[in-house]
Design a protein around this ligand. Structure first.
Ligand SMILES: Cc1cc2nc3c(=O)[nH]c(=O)nc-3n(C[C@H](O)[C@H](O)[C@H](O)COP(=O)(O)OP(=O)(O)OC[C@H]3O[C@@H](n4cnc5c(N)ncnc54)[C@H](O)[C@@H]3O)c2cc1C
Length: 284
């Protein structure tokens, strides 16, 4: 199918973009188009106006500070994946991005667009939620920062207002004693996962002091479960208290629950090993 007719705007400044979004209720931001264009083509979305933000200056930068990796709204998945300093300070980014779609889609799709799209089957919303990151948004009313914990409202639904433009997302860097892990099962590498798990573990004097796991593709929203004090089998049981995997054409609920168990054990073990080896290198 072809998209329903829409007006196309291509602003040259952030201010022009915000004015267009404010002026035209129901307008949609077009970033990489890798989620929006299929929705338009299938007529699952038919906005009156598209505001193409690809010409806006200053949004294609990755900035690495002592606290966070900040990713501008026009940074493509592939550019973030290839950004060595970002990968060094927060290795979970590259671990997860390697599973986001296929190369051609990563070349065009943006990491911030994926977060705004708020698909619970996507990797980067779960990574943002697990790390406790945030998104900076702007509108004609001003700017605000939304913590990841307040961002994901429901299936494909975020708390970003229709007239707001996301400018960037901030991912906290690894702290001392922290380690990460990631694993997913997909029918084919690069397809949406049947289930995926991201992990963040902190150790002190070799003992685990904090452990959190983030789940994708098993609930309506990215879901973070605190598993501090759990061994891997207990962690899987705790996750399944929070998550009730559903059925779809790709997998039964029982199979997804089995994936939750297997991936929970695998990721918790890997993240703990990662934290211990980083801590040993740091202190030794
Ligand atoms: C075949 C295929 C397979 C895929 N597989 C995966 C996968 O395995 N994992 C995965 O994570 N993703 C996958 N994707 C999606 C891909 O990662 C998209 O690039 C991403 O979800 C959206 O980014 P985008 O820049 O293309 O956004 P767009 O498609 O341009 O926009 C998506 C939505 O976000 C809004 N939006 C985008 N940017 C902003 C902004 N700055 N401010 C406000 N609103 C904004 C748009 O209005 C729209 O509603 C796949 C896509 C395809 C086509």
């Amino acid at each position: 199918m072809k998209p329903a007719p829409f007006a196309y705007r291509r602003p040259e400044t952030v201010e022009e973009a915000l004015e267009a979004l404010a002026r035209e209720p129901g307008a949609k931001v077009l970033a990489g188009g890798q989620s929006l264009v299929p929705l338009l083509s299938m007529r699952l979305a038919s906005p009156g106006t598209l505001v193409d933000v690809n010409r806006l200056p200053g949004l294609d930068q990755v900035t690495v500070s002592d606290d966070e990796v900040r990713v501008g709204a026009l940074v493509r998945h592939a550019d973030l994946l290839a950004h060595a300093p970002a990968g060094e300070r927060q290795p979970l980014l590259a671990m997860a991005l390697a599973h986001v779609a296929h190369a051609t889609i990563r070349n065009r799709g943006t990491t911030v667009g994926s977060i705004v799209h708020a698909d619970a089957a996507a990797e980067m919303p779960t990574v943002l939620a697990l790390l406790g990151g945030s998104v900076e948004v702007a509108s004609v009313r001003g700017r605000r920062t939304i913590a990841a914990a307040d961002l994901f409202a429901g299936p494909l639904e975020s708390t970003i207002a229709a007239d707001e433009l996301a400018l960037s997302a901030g991912f906290p860097v690894l702290g001392p004693g922290e380690g990460v892990g990631f694993a997913e099962v997909a029918r084919r590498h690069g397809d949406y996962a049947l289930c995926g798990v991201a992990g963040l573990v902190r150790v002190e004097d070799d003992a685990v002091t904090e452990a959190r796991l983030g789940y994708l593709s098993v609930a309506d929203v990215p879901t973070v479960v605190d598993v501090t004090g759990c061994d891997p089998a207990e962690a899987a049981a705790r996750a399944l208290e929070r998550i009730e995997p559903g059925d779809d054409i790709h997998a039964s609920a029982a199979y997804r629950a089995q994936l939750v168990k297997v991936l929970t054990r695998r990721v918790l073990t890997a993240a703990t090993d990662d934290a211990r080896s980083r801590d040993a290198r740091r202190t030794g």
